[in-house]
Ligand binder design. Sequence first.
Ligand SMILES: [Cu+2]
Length: 185
Amino acid sequence: MSSLTTYLKVKKSLQYRERIIMTTLKQLLSRFLSAIVFTSLAIYISSAQAQDIVQIDDAWAGESHAGQAVGAAYMRFLSKQDIVLMQIESDVAKTVEIHNMSMENNIMKMRMLESLPIKAAKITKLAPGGLHLMLFDLKNPLLQGDAIQLTLTFSTKNGTSFKQAIKVPVKRIHSEHDDHSHHHH
Ligand SMILES: [Cu+2]
């Protein structure tokens, strides 16, 4: 009888302790979660709002050639306010750069841009022969019919930044001009 009472007492105290631990964990977790929510709100505008700011369409990437570890992607931006494209990440490439191609004295030149300003209410077009996103160190070849993911980080005038992820279909390149294999970086 007395051993049963002791057992029950111990069990009760254990349950109590368990409950305390659980409560502490819950408090920690909710504090941790609210910290995350707070931090991300401070840095990023939600993606729903991001889509309200900039519209991205006509996005596509060129099919890469065998043994080639670079690719290029193109798209159009239409933004409601002045923003700047700061950074691009992709699931298929180690790094992504913003490039501009231009003809200078009959020589095709490729230049890397640190960032790309996108003016409000004006279409900014990335297309073969001009502005493009260059994908370096492709993890696997880009094949027609595939879709790659690009995550673009933009900054706004008031110092906030936001990210927008887009799915980009891979298409076959037809023109010689679009071919990046002859350009050295
Ligand atoms: Cu390039």
